[in-house]
Write a protein that binds this ligand. Structure first.
Ligand SMILES: [Zn+2]
Length: 160
């Protein structure tokens, strides 16, 4: 086997030519792609209420959704980038949490108090579950977008 020289490895002396890393402080920089002060920001409760009403959480002047759950990219009035607030699974989670407590609590209370036949339970709680879930999901998503906008939880625009 021929005695080939090993590829040159960086030696410790090579690092001496680099700037001293010890003295370079790297600080975390917030994403400046989206300016947080480029649109009006009301108090938290007002942002939540406007979102719950399916209006722009920042100004309350325009619709937040185009369709059932599709959030507009940005407010046509104030330019708040509401589309960058990706609520993901949070609205369904909050909806299930609320509807579950109402329906299960009501069902148990009714069973305890009156013990009606099963079909009565089915007639009351199945439609109530569907109506409450579909009715609450949209305003809860709006309020979640309002919360995320208020807290600055926005994805950067080039994040797919
Ligand atoms: Zn707006």
């Amino acid at each position: 086997m021929p005695d080939t020289p090993l590829p040159s490895q960086p030696s410790l002396s090579d690092a001496e030519g680099l700037p001293d890393r010890q003295s370079t402080t790297v600080r975390w920089q917030p994403d400046r792609g989206v300016r947080a002060d480029a649109w009006p920001m009301p108090p938290l409760l007002l942002a939540l209420a406007r979102g719950f009403a399916c209006r722009c959480p920042a100004c309350g002047q325009t619709k937040l959704f185009r369709g059932y759950l599709k959030v507009v990219p940005e407010c046509m009035n104030c330019g708040a980038p509401v589309g960058l607030a990706r609520a993901d699974d949070a609205p369904p989670y909050f909806t299930v949490f609320i509807v579950g407590h109402v329906v299960v609590g009501g069902l148990l209370w009714l069973e305890n108090a009156k013990s009606p036949p099963l079909w009565v339970h089915a007639v009351i709680w199945l439609p109530l579950t569907i109506v409450m879930s579909l009715g609450l999901l949209r305003p809860i998503k709006g309020a979640t977008v309002g919360l995320m906008l208020k807290l600055g939880m926005l994805k950067s625009a080039d994040d797919a």
